[in-house]
Design a protein around this ligand. Sequence first.
Ligand code: BES
Ligand code: ZN
Length: 850
Amino acid sequence: MKDASPQTVYLSDYTPFGWQVQDVHLTFRLAPEATRVLARIHFAPNPDAPKQEFFLHGEDLTLIHAAIDGRTVSPVQSAEGLTCTVPDGPFLWECEVEIAPAKNTALEGLYMSNGMYCTQCEAEGFRKITFYPDRPDVMSVFTVRIEGEEPVKLSNGNPGKTGEGFAEWHDPWPKPAYLFALVAGDLVNHPDRFTTMNGRDVELNIWVRPGDEGKCAFGMEALKKSMKWDEDVYGREYDLDIFNIVAVDDFNMGAMENKGLNVFNSSCVLASPETSTDANFERIEAIIAHEYFHNWTGNRITCRDWFQLCLKEGLTVFRDAQFTADMRSAPVKRIEDAQMMRGRQFPEDQGPLAHPVRPESFQEINNFYTATVYEKGAEVIGMLKRLVGDEDYAKALDLYFDRHDGDAATIEDWLKVFEDATGRDLTQFKRWYSQAGTPRVSVTEDWADGTYTLTFRQVTPPTPGQPDKAPQVIPMAVGLLNPNGDEVVPTTLLEITEAEQSFRFDGLSARPVPSLLRDFSAPVVMEREASAEERAFLLAHDTDPFNRWDASQMLGIECLIAMITEGATPDTAWLDGLERVLRDTDLDPAYRALMMGTPSQAELARVLHERGHTPDPEAIWNAAETLAQFRAERWADLLPRLAAEATVEAPYSPDAEQVGKRALGAGVLALQTRLDGGKAAQAQFDSADNMTLQLTALGSLVRAGRDAEALAAFEEQWQDDRLVMDKWFGLQIGAAAPDVAVERAQALTRHAAFDWKNPNRFRAVLGGLAMHHAAFHRADGASYALLADWLIRLDDLNPQTTARMAAVFQTWTRYDEGRRALMRAALERIAAKPKLSRDTGEMVTRMLAQ
Ligand code: BES
Ligand code: ZN
């Protein structure tokens, strides 16, 4: 039972725990309805902590027995844990509890998925396993014994004794409880080995359910590449004899970095060409890297408290982005990350859920695994690296690992390392961690006597609890082009620190065209009244691949906004400029595929709102449709050429080159379908020998409304594959016309295979609807109501997934009065649910506070 009146936790209240944990011995006697957990823990007073009552966290635990130094004690229990009188000096705490993993639907703590035992302890799940100081600054060495008949029994660290019905594990590295893991079940492994830079031989395994062993090879290669990359680029070596990954079907998140025993949502590790798309392969490679990289940035150096979450997540996202850029295409990765920032982080930073990269208070920490903490947290590190340069960044990181190995650290520690390594004062830079909101940067130019001056002004709009903002340090990467298209000033980093600041460039022979915020050098909105001619010029000539892409995106946004607000016809100058880029065979197909993409409808709604319009989802949908049809007709000659270039002759491989070609092919097919009514899509669907081509074709058929047969055939073919069926559920909603999507979603919730307790399946259907901008915002509110119904239902079972999905309502105040009232009603209905979880309660309260 959770407390009915939610407590707010404040960063400023931090106090260390009163005891150190010297070692932890855990014994698990596994049984689905009644698992016994026996804990033997040595505590000793912490000399650095103020005197306090001995309190251990514990939730949903049945206390069987507790003893101190061998004598039975009777602790005082509450919904959050227990308190107990303890000796003044060191003592041994022994405790036995009973828990019911089979009844744990929240997928937090010890739970069961398809008969397999598994755990998820971040952030505060260990307290559902035994009584413990469940906070990241309490680190200890764990020894674990698992008793049960399951053939495979895993925990953290290195294997110890095993025998009939038991297995023991010992993790020599002190760790916080959130990194604890246990897995037991009927599993099979895909084994391999890795030799580290110092010759340590490491056993590697990916553990899966029998039948899935053929889908592990790609993940294993990704793991070995990650291990090598972290040695080469960061000098970080793996530190145990064994590294295990387990695939689990029921998992709230993507994956979890438990020490030596990473647990993955099966959708984020299992892959085969027949069942996984190129995007799946890329995501799997990135997430395996991400969790592996946490071994140093998160595990060896962990967080002092959960307010410091970005210390491990922002840095690890930054590291996995570097890895992906190295493995694949750096410009493509940068563009995708900017899309992510604009599509997910900017809306968060500009709405009721806005919070700093390092929040200062929370009710439920699970609600702060956000785009701001992760993606903006990574961008902040990217800015730091740009400001100090690659060499000093490397120096600072070496110092960080050196100085803080074994620590539970803070953002202050992190910044101090940079200050010490570089001699820079980062006081102002630190605002990136404390100030929420997206800075808007406007710029004016001046040209006289060969001197060109750029004047920047920065303003950050108010966010909840932060009405006034101070100027931030903005690294602005700028290049200048001559009117003939030559670059006269190569990329230069300007450091904006003032509310208004000018930079001069002397000795130019003609007034240049500026290329601003190159490589998306800071997470800001550029407000520049650039002419269409200037943007077209950059689209043709910019040497910065990000800005070249962005010039086209901006033209696309202007074009669509003119269509929406003034009934304009599509901008042919833009389309012709873009066509020249698309015809340039020197450019990577992956890059051209991104070029071909138009801004998402959600992004258009955000920009319209930013400019003081009320976004009309129907009008946005219609404009996007009109533009797509116009492009298809105008490019009728171009499409077959691109289709030919996009054809892959070689056997399927998810390498960057093939992926790029198929991405280009997908863009072409979407337009082609508008011309041929689905002929090419049907042909591709019928002949596809990999999931990428099959699913692209199916998407086009759904969009064309010619999907009945293909959907049935697809279901028939894949009904036994859970992960492929998630795609089937999601796609027929996500690609449906806006007027039918909600009915489809409704019908699919009655499908026999709609297992709403499985987060992947729930997200495929309800998330599929919520991500479809025009369908979600259908004027009659049918989608809002359906989603609210399901969130109310899921909340009792799985608060974490409910709360995360509830965030799709965060943009509600942008819309017209009718939609606003309907969304508010949906939120209020959720808020009024009896026994609403703390997770969902906090989210809806914050959204309604607007
Ligand atoms: N530590 C997180 C997993 C996590 C998140 C546990 C929230 C508990 C609550 C893990 O390292 C992570 O960040 N996973 C991401 C994917 C990653 C590639 C950004 C995820 O699960 O989505
Ligand atoms: Zn992470």
